[in-house]
Structures are given as structure tokens and as C-alpha cells.
Design a protein around this ligand. Structure first.
Ligand code: NDP
Ligand SMILES: O=C1O[C@H](COP(=O)(O)O)[C@@H](O)[C@H](O)[C@H]1O
Length: 479
């Protein structure tokens, strides 16, 4: 296990909210090597003590119960200031850490990936067994992603490049894979003949706050759909790999991403909705709208198809938005109605198919919607009622932050939960078709009040309700 972590972007939002708290938890649980050292790299001129004091304060809420551990971890940090656009400066400032294999983690905006990798290469920090970790998104479109991937390849082998998508580190996402691949009942019906539609929903109550600069250049399609949501789609739709090793899974995910049907101007007009939140009330608190000169969306709904045998004709609906009514991530698989209906009631019963609802966060639940006759009267026609089977598991130990799992995997060199260059490019190919069509047709981002479920035009894209909206609140959506 590598014991040197160079963390670039150490003063950023991601580092302070997730990466350092993850390291505290891993150190507490003795999952890091005893000689572990952290080189925190930022732009500001700070002494080691200044940086530690700043970080201590920032992490206070997150790691309140672990003060001793926090101090131990802070003692392992050295702070280095360097401008990551300056390859020579990187090399000069960091060459002394090339004494043993290391992990360099670029928690920075993507336009710094290439200069930073070149500087690290010059410093000798990408030699031998050293590894490079990159945050999402890799680029802003297919062309920039290709440039980044090609430049990285000139610095080190793909087997030592770890592209993070933190959704893959979530225990619930791994459970999704186990559920579909480990059960005969589902394996047998996991295709177009039995499945009518698939919904993937990621709703956030958080806004863009504090990340306006980054977000205004990306928007929800590039920030969430290109990576997290397409990774979820790929895991749901891929062919079962013959073994669960990194490349076998990534080969299958790539095939799905390549089979996504590119969207034309007509397609985006009829099968996408862009939205942008205005002022409103979220979780009882009045919040401002997203005001910025850029026209990016904070909400996107897309209906798409995967052009292969397994998924022919099955709509996959992807919906994500910021400042929605509730935080919820759900995957809903709706099965086709039975082939011959024997029962009198409910008259429209066949329109309510069996559904598998996998709720990934904030809580983890699995629910199977079935029809039954439990409420049948003693005489007369048999009356069917929808019922649901709660398949939730409990008691399984879980890492609270997805990054904890991923950091350990990087230190150990396990690439299974990381994204390969060709997957990233396949995803951008499809995303570019939407971005291009939006630009050509001038499709606007429709306003929605913060605290709602997005623009009313997106109603039909919301996951089926079975009586409730994502997050268990009452509401419509296609039933
Ligand atoms: N925040 C989040 O919740 C998530 C973020 N990500 C990804 O992580 C990456 C970082 O995001 P986030 O932390 O939010 O971004 P921030 O803008 O908060 O942080 C960016 C970091 O990069 C540093 N930086 C910027 N330019 C330079 C430079 N020229 N030289 C040296 N350092 C520089 C900043 O230093 P300084 O403090 O001096 O500005 C800061 O430490 C992005 O790719 C993002 O997409 C992924 C998932 C979630
Ligand atoms: O990568 C990102 O993810 C977060 C949402 O992550 P979650 O684990 O809280 O679901 C999102 O807020 C952010 O905009 C995006 O960059």
C-alpha cells in the first residue's frame, strides 16, 4: 500500500468537505499505513501550521467526535504552495517527494490536469508504481477529454491512472450491481421483453453556492449526467461481465455508453428539458435563485435509448436538479404488464406494472411493487391491490463517505471502481450530441422555483410515484 499522498486543490471545497474528513476516518479505523504522509498542495502562501489551523476549523463539524485522530492526522500534513499552471515550479517544489511510490490526487478544475501531470512527470512523481488520481469531469467535451487523456498517457500508463466518480464508491451503488447480477429472479427478466422503462433520478436540495465559477462553465448535464448518472445507467444496463475485475466491468460499461443513441435537434426538443432554479423555499429556508450571466442549466431531464439487443425500445429517463424539494437518488425499473389480465379490478391495474425501486440515498432501501389480493372481499370478484415488498438490508458496515472506499482502493492499486479513458470519451460523445443540439436550437433553461420538482414541463420525466415522489413526499409524476 502506498504511503505518500500528494493532494492538489487541498484548499478547495472537495478537499475540506470530503477528502480530509475521509482521511480522518480511515486513520481512525487503521486503514492507512503507519508511515502515511500527506503533502497538501494549494495556491496560497501558508505555513504548515497555518494550513493545519485552517483545516482544523473547516473540518470541525464533520469530524467532531474524533479530535485525537484529527490531531494525529494533521501532524502528518506538510503544506506546499505552488501555481499548478507552472510545470517548472511544480517540479522544483515537489521533487523531494519522489523518494518512494506516491499517489498524486488532482482535486482541481480539469484545465489544470495537463500542466499538473507534466510538472509531476518532470518531478519524477509519476515514475515506477506511482499513481495519478483525477476528479471528474475529465474535460468539458469530447475534444478536451481526448486531449487530457492523450497528455496523461504520455506521462504514465492507463493502469496507473485513477479517474474518480465518487458515485462508484457509494455502498448503495455497489449493492445495485449485486442485486441485478446476484439474483436469478432479476437476471431472467433484465431486458426489453420484460422491462418497460428505467428511471434514474438524482435530486439535490443543495444549490450551486460557492461553486458558481466552476458551475457556470459546466451546468447540470456536464456536472452530473456525463459522469454519475451515466455510470449508474451503465451499471444497470451493461452485460454481465465474465469476472468482476476492473477491465471486464469497464469493457461492458463502455459498450453500453457507446450504444447510447446520439440525440438530434428534434430529439432534444421532444425528449429533454433544461431548467434553472429561481428563488424559493427549500427545507423551510428561503433561498436565492442561481443568478449568473452564463445560461447553464441547474436541472436536466432526458429520455434516451440504448441501441442494442437487450434494451431495444426501452426508454431510460435521467433527471437531476439542484434546489429540488428533497434530496433523493433513486433507480426505478418498471416491468411490463402481465400478458393476459384475469382480474376485474383494478380496472386500470395492468397499467400499474411491477416495479423495483432502489433508493440509493439519503437512506438505502429496496422496494418491489407487486400486485396481490390481500384486500379481497369474501365474495364477489377478486380485487387486486398494489402492495410492496421491502427488501432493505440492515446492519451492513458502511463507509460514510464514498471517498473513503475510493482512497483505500487507490492506495492499494485497485481500479475496479474507477473510470477508464474510453468510458469517459464514450460518455462525452453522447453528451456532446445534446449540448450541440441545445446550442443549435437555442433551447432555454426554464425557470423553476427552488424547492419544487423542477420545471412543470419536466413532469412526465419524473420517476413513477406508486403514490409518492422521490423522497416519499406526495405528488404526481407518471404513475
Ligand atoms: N466540491 C464538490 O462537491 C465536488 C467536486 N468535484 C470535483 O473536484 C474538483 C475540485 O472541486 P472543488 O473543490 O469544488 O473546487 P474549488 O474551486 O473549491 O477548489 C479548487 C482547488 O484548486 C486550487 N487551484 C485552482 N487553481 C489553481 C492553480 N492555478 N494552482 C494551484 N491550485 C489551484 C484551488 O486553490 P485556491 O484555494 O487557491 O483557489 C482549490 O484548492 C473539480 O474537478 C470538481 O468537479 C467532484 C465531486 C464533488
Ligand atoms: O460531483 C458532484 O456531485 C455532487 C452530488 O454528490 P452526492 O454524493 O451528494 O450525491 C454535486 O452536488 C456536485 O455538483 C457534483 O460536482
Amino acid at each position: 500500500m502506498h504511503d505518500t499522498l500528494l493532494l492538489f486543490g487541498a484548499t478547495g471545497d472537495l478537499s475540506q468537505r470530503y477528502l480530509f474528513p475521509s482521511l480522518v476516518h480511515l486513520w481512525r479505523d487503521r486503514l492507512l499505513p503507519p508511515a502515511f504522509r500527506i503533502v497538501a498542495v494549494g495556491r496560497q502562501e501558508l505555513s504548515d501550521d497555518d494550513f493545519r489551523a485552517w483545516l482544523r476549523e473547516r473540518m470541525a463539524g464533520e469530524v467532531a467526535d474524533d479530535q485525537t485522530v484529527v490531531e494525529e492526522l494533521l501532524g502528518k500534513i506538510t503544506y506546499v504552495s505552488v501555481d499548478l499552471r507552472d510545470e517548472t515550479a511544480i517540479s522544483t517544489a515537489l521533487a523531494s517527494y519522489a523518494d518512494r511510490p506516491s499517489v498524486s490526487y488532482l482535486a482541481t478544475p480539469p484545465d489544470l490536469f495537463v500542466p499538473c501531470a507534466k510538472g509531476l512527470k518532470a518531478a519524477g512523481l509519476l515514475e515506477g508504481e506511482s499513481r495519478l488520481v483525477l476528479e471528474k469531469p475529465i474535460g468539458r467535451d469530447l475534444a478536451s477529454a481526448r486531449e487530457i487523456n492523450a497528455a496523461l498517457k504520455a506521462c504514465l500508463d492507463e493502469s496507473r491512472i485513477f479517474r474518480i466518480d465518487h458515485y462508484l464508491g457509494k455502498a448503495a451503488v455497489q449493492n445495485l450491481l449485486a442485486l441485478r447480477l446476484g439474483n436469478t429472479l432479476l437476471e431472467a427478466v433484465w431486458e426489453h421483453r420484460w422491462i418497460e422503462s428505467v428511471d434514474i433520478f438524482v435530486g439535490e436540495t443543495a444549490g450551486v453556492d460557492g461553486r458558481e465559477g466552476y458551475y457556470a462553465n459546466y451546468g447540470a448535464l456536464r456536472d452530473m449526467v456525463q459522469n454519475h448518472m451515466l455510470q449508474l445507467l451503465a451499471l444497470i444496463a451493461m452485460e454481465p461481465p465474465s469476472v468482476l475485475d476492473a477491465d471486464s466491468i469497464r469493457d461492458e460499461k463502455r459498450k453500453v455508453l457507446r450504444a447510447l443513441r446520439p440525440m438530434s435537434n428534434d430529439d432534444v426538443a421532444s425528449r429533454t428539458v433544461r431548467g434553472r432554479y429561481a428563488a424559493g423555499v427549500v427545507e423551510g429556508r428561503a433561498v436565492k435563485g442561481f443568478v449568473h450571466e452564463s445560461t447553464v442549466e441547474t436541472f436536466v431531464a432526458v429520455e434516451t435509448y440504448i441501441d442494442n439487443w437487450r434494451w431495444a425500445g426501452v426508454p431510460f429517463r435521467l433527471v437531476t436538479g439542484k434546489r429540488l424539494a428533497e434530496r433523493a437518488t433513486e433507480v426505478v425499473v418498471s416491468f411490463r404488464p402481465t400478458s393476459h389480465w384475469l382480474f376485474e379490478r383494478p380496472r386500470r391495474g395492468r397499467e400499474r406494472p411491477n416495479r423495483l425501486r432502489m433508493r440509493l440515498q439519503p437512506d438505502e432501501t429496496i422496494e418491489l411493487g407487486l400486485m396481490g389480493s390481500l384486500a379481497a372481499p369474501e365474495w364477489g370478484a377478486m380485487e387486486l391491490k398494489p402492495m410492496s415488498l421491502d427488501l432493505s438490508m440492515s446492519g451492513s458496515p458502511q463507509r460514510r463517505i464514498a471517498y473513503e472506499r475510493l482512497i483505500v482502493d487507490v492506495l492499494r492499486g485497485n481500479q475496479t471502481l474507477f473510470v477508464r479513458d474510453d468510458e469517459v470519451e464514450a460518455a462525452w460523445h453522447w453528451i456532446d450530441s445534446i449540448e450541440t443540439a441545445w446550442t443549435q436550437t437555442g433551447q432555454p433553461a426554464l425557470e423553476y422555483p427552488a424547492g419544487s420538482w423542477g420545471p412543470s414541463e419536466a413532469e412526465r420525466y419524473l420517476p413513477p410515484t406508486n403514490g409518492y415522489r422521490p423522497g416519499n413526499s406526495n405528488g404526481g409524476g407518471h404513475a
